[in-house]
Design a protein around this ligand. Structure first.
Ligand SMILES: NC(=O)c1ccc[n+]([C@@H]2O[C@H](COP(=O)([O-])OP(=O)(O)OC[C@H]3O[C@@H](n4cnc5c(N)ncnc54)[C@H](OP(=O)(O)O)[C@@H]3O)[C@@H](O)[C@H]2O)c1
Length: 398
C-alpha cells in the first residue's frame, strides 16, 4: 500500500465496503486516512474546544459537525442562511416565538431531523439557554426596523443580542458567534435602530472578542422589504413618494450573498473571528436610481412625488407619538417609517478601509438581473409580459 495516495485509498475502500470493514478490523487505518477529504465543506475554526465529528462528502446528508442555533431564522435572511447551512450537512436549531407555521418553510431545507424548530421566549433566559445548549455555533439575525408596543429598538436590536453573547460565553462550547448588524450602524447615526445595533456590536465584542460582525447594506431578494414595498405602493397609487430628493446613496446587496458571507466566515480557519465586515453590493445607487430600476423591471412609468424630509417626518411622527399612548397596536409603518426616514438623511455605503465580501472570498451579484427578477410578478400583463431584465442585458453585465 506504500505510495498509494490518500484519495485513491479512499476510493478503493469505498468501492468495496465489505473488504474495507474486514481490512479495518485486522489493520486499523493510519490516522491520516481516517481524516476527511479536503473537499469537505465544514472547516469551522476550533479554538480550544474539542474536535468536530464529521462524516460524508459535504452534501446535505453529511454531518458537517456544525450544530448552529440561528436566532432570527424565521426572517428574510434566515431562510437563506438555514438553507446554506443545511446544504453542507449542518444541524440547525431554529428558535421560534410565533406560530408553528413560522418555521414550516425551513424544515424542507434539510434531511429529516436536520432542522429542529424549538419554541422559545426571547425574554426568558432559561429558554434561550435551552435552545443554545446543544449548539457549537450561534448566529444572531434578530432585528426589527420599527418599534411596537411590546418591543423597543433597544430591546430587540441591542439588549437581546447582548444577552445572547453573555449566554454563549457562559455556555463555553460556542466556537463561533456571528452577529448580523446593519451597514449604517454607528453610535452617531440619526437612526435609533442603527444606534442600537452599534451598541449591540460593542457589547458583543466586549463579551466575546472572537465574535464576527456582519454589516449588510439594505438586502434585496424575493421577500425584501424595499423593492416589494415600493412596487406594491407604485402599482396601487401609480406613484412613489421619494423621501428627500432621492439622492441619498445606498449600497443594496443580494440577500443570498449575505448568507454566503456568513457561511464563508464559518468555514474559514478562524481568520474572520473578532472582525467586522461591511457587506455592500457591487454598485452604489441613489434611492432614485434604485426606484428607477424597480419601475423599469415592473414596466410601469416612473412617477415620483418628492417629499422633503421635514414633511416625511411630520407624516411619520403620529405613529411613533401614539405608539405607547393608545391601548391597541398600531399598524406596521410602511413607506413613512420615521426611523427609516431618519436613516435616509445620510449616505450608507461601505467604507474604504472596511473588510468586505472579497475578504471572505465571496463575489457579490449585481442587482440588475436575477436578484430582482422576482419583481416581474408586479407587471400589469403578468410575469411573462415582455422580456425580463436579465434577457435584456448582455450576460457580461451581470
Ligand atoms: N432586511 C434588510 O434590508 C437588512 C439590512 C441590513 C441589516 N439587516 C439586519 O439583518 C438581520 C436579519 O434581517 P431580516 O431582514 O431577515 O429581518 P426580519 O425578516 O425582520 O427577521 C427578523 C427576525 O428577528 C426576529 N425578531 C424580531 N423581533 C423579535 C423579538 N422581539 N423577539 C424575538 N425575535 C424577534 C423575527 O422573529 P419573528 O419571525 O418571530 O418575528 C425574525 O426571525 C436583522 O438583524 C436586521 O436588522 C437587515
Amino acid at each position: 500500500m506504500q505510495g498509494c495516495s490518500r484519495r485513491s485509498w479512499q476510493q478503493f475502500l469505498q468501492s468495496s465496503p465489505a473488504l474495507s470493514a474486514s481490512l479495518k478490523s485486522v489493520h486499523p487505518l493510519p490516522a491520516v486516512y481516517e481524516t476527511h477529504d479536503v473537499r469537505y465543506s465544514s472547516d469551522i475554526a476550533v479554538k480550544g474546544v474539542g474536535h468536530l465529528v464529521r462524516k460524508g462528502t459535504g452534501g446535505r446528508s453529511s454531518v458537517s459537525g456544525i450544530v448552529a442555533t440561528v436566532f432570527g431564522a424565521t426572517g428574510f435572511l434566515g431562510r437563506y442562511v438555514v438553507q446554506q447551512l443545511a446544504k453542507m450537512g449542518s444541524q440547525v436549531l431554529v428558535p421560534f416565538r410565533g406560530s408553528e407555521d413560522s418555521h414550516r418553510h425551513l424544515k424542507l431545507m434539510g434531511d429529516l431531523g436536520q432542522i429542529v424548530p424549538m419554541k422559545y421566549n426571547p425574554r426568558d433566559e432559561d429558554s434561550i439557554k435551552a435552545v443554545m445548549a446543544k449548539a457549537n455555533v450561534v448566529l444572531n439575525l434578530i432585528g426589527r426596523d420599527h418599534e411596537t408596543r411590546n418591543f423597543s429598538f433597544e430591546e430587540v436590536n441591542h439588549a437581546m443580542a447582548e444577552q445572547l453573547a453573555v449566554i454563549a460565553k457562559e455556555h463555553g462550547g460556542i466556537m463561533r458567534f456571528i452577529q448580523v448588524s446593519c451597514l449604517g450602524a454607528s453610535s452617531t447615526s440619526p437612526s435609533k435602530m442603527w444606534r442600537a445595533k452599534a451598541a449591540a456590536e460593542e457589547a458583543i465584542l466586549r463579551e466575546l472578542p472572537e465574535a464576527t460582525i456582519m454589516k449588510p447594506g439594505v438586502m434585496i431578494g424575493t421577500e425584501d422589504r424595499i423593492l416589494n414595498k415600493w412596487a406594491h405602493f407604485g402599482k396601487k397609487w401609480s406613484f412613489l413618494p421619494l423621501i428627500g430628493d432621492g439622492s441619498t446613496k445606498i449600497q443594496p446587496v443580494y440577500v443570498v450573498d449575505v448568507a454566503a458571507a456568513i457561511i464563508a466566515a464559518l468555514k474559514d480557519d478562524g481568520s474572520s473571528m473578532g472582525k467586522v465586515y461591511e457587506l455592500g453590493g457591487p454598485d452604489v445607487f441613489t434611492v432614485h436610481e434604485l426606484a428607477d430600476l424597480m419601475f423599469d423591471t415592473i414596466r410601469e412609468w416612473p412617477r415620483y412625488v418628492k417629499v422633503p424630509f421635514p414633511i416625511a417626518k411630520a407624516l411619520a411622527s403620529p405613529r411613533e407619538f401614539l405608539l405607547n399612548k393608545v391601548p391597541f397596536p398600531l399598524p406596521t409603518p410602511n413607506i413613512f417609517n420615521l426611523d427609516e426616514i431618519n436613516s435616509l438623511t445620510v449616505d450608507t455605503v461601505v467604507s474604504e478601509n472596511a473588510l468586505k465580501f472579497a475578504d471572505l472570498g465571496v463575489v457579490p451579484h449585481k442587482l440588475k438581473g436575477y436578484p430582482i427578477e422576482f419583481l416581474t410578478s408586479y407587471r400589469k400583463g403578468g410575469p411573462a409580459f415582455g422580456s425580463t431584465i436579465s434577457e435584456k442585458l448582455r450576460s457580461s453585465e451581470f
